[in-house]
Write a protein that binds this ligand. Structure first.
Ligand SMILES: NC(=O)c1ccc[n+]([C@@H]2O[C@H](COP(=O)([O-])OP(=O)(O)OC[C@H]3O[C@@H](n4cnc5c(N)ncnc54)[C@H](OP(=O)(O)O)[C@@H]3O)[C@@H](O)[C@H]2O)c1
Length: 273
């Protein structure tokens, strides 16, 4: 399993398991199955309502805790120093864990304008040892610049909506320049028609891969971590195996040329929870 170094210490697996929109029961069934297949990164969030199920799944897997990397995220209700402490303790309780591997501010919610306080709260829970690593999600360069100006602390990771139809070049370049790992959410376009685009299916054939594998390999070629979601064991195995596929730079560029054609972009300037 390949991994990507984090700026402070250690690393994050390049490919993880997304868990939205699993409910508790589904997560409790699917997470141990994915761990058995070889996943070591599990991505959840308060907003998914499945942290209890994810925690049950982790416990049922029997895997040593230090072999697993668990990410969760919190909503805007907790965008304060005390709030982050409260939501982190509640997430740990639901997950049945003593420490999170990664805590993310889920959305900046710029209209609320509390994300600097949220970031101060993340720093405090990291300093208190409740989490090992802290980061953000759906933060654009302007949001990261502001939290760094206020605190002097860079996020270790930024989880962004990225696939070949929405490649976020400015955010990726900013993150790379500052040593922030970029992680792609919805890498498959949520099983929409991205998997059926002739460019995607044609290149998949060239690499003897499935379209989903091609899209995951494209993320890795850009140096991204990614968290495709599947509840199906065969697809989980397929997605994890994409880690072995190395794309020619020209094919990476051809996929990047689709940028701007994503039909379902969620803007962090107007959306957030
Ligand atoms: N930070 C954020 O704001 C944010 C927002 C959205 C999502 N996320 C995270 O990112 C994860 C991934 O995003 P997503 O779930 O929206 O989209 P996604 O991973 O791009 O797509 C998931 C869909 O693709 C299907 N699928 C998975 N593997 C497949 C394969 N090999 N072949 C064909 N279809 C396949 C899944 O169905 P089956 O389950 O039936 O296989 C599911 O319908 C989420 O689960 C969540 O953890 C974060």
């Amino acid at each position: 399993m390949s991994s990507i170094a984090l700026s402070t210490s250690g690393s994050i697996p390049a490919i993880g398991l997304g868990t939205w929109p699993m409910d508790d029961a589904e997560a409790a069934r699917v997470v141990p199955q994915a761990i058995e297949i070889g996943y070591r990164l599990v991505d959840t969030a308060y907003a998914y309502g499945n942290e209890t199920g994810v925690g049950r799944g982790i416990a049922a897997s029997g895997i040593p805790r230090d072999e697993l990397f668990v990410t969760t995220k919190f909503n805007k209700e907790w965008h304060s120093v005390d709030g982050v402490r409260e939501t982190t303790e509640a997430s740990l309780e639901r997950l049945g864990l003593e420490q999170l591997d990664l805590l993310l501010v889920h959305w900046p919610n710029p209209s609320l304008d509390r994300y600097v306080a949220a970031w101060e709260g993340c720093i405090a829970v990291r300093d208190a040892g409740l989490v090992r690593h802290i980061g953000v999600s759906n933060f654009l360069p302007e949001h990261i610049e502001r939290i760094v100006a206020a605190t002097g602390v860079l996020p270790e990771l930024d989880q962004l909506q990225i696939n070949p139809r929405w490649t976020q070049p400015a955010a990726r370049a900013f993150n790379t320049e500052h040593g922030v790992v970029t992680q792609a959410w919805r890498p498959l376009g949520m099983a929409g028609d991205l998997l059926e685009l002739p460019l995607v299916t044609g290149l998949a054939q060239k690499y003897d891969a499935t379209p989903a594998q091609l899209l995951i390999a494209w993320c890795l070629a850009l140096g991204l971590s990614t968290t495709p979601k599947s509840s199906d064991p065969a697809r989980q195995a397929q997605n994890l195996a994409a880690g072995a596929i190395v794309l020619d730079p020209a094919d990476v560029d051809a996929l990047c040329a689709l940028d701007g054609t994503e039909p379902d972009v969620t803007s962090p300037l107007t959306f957030g929870h």
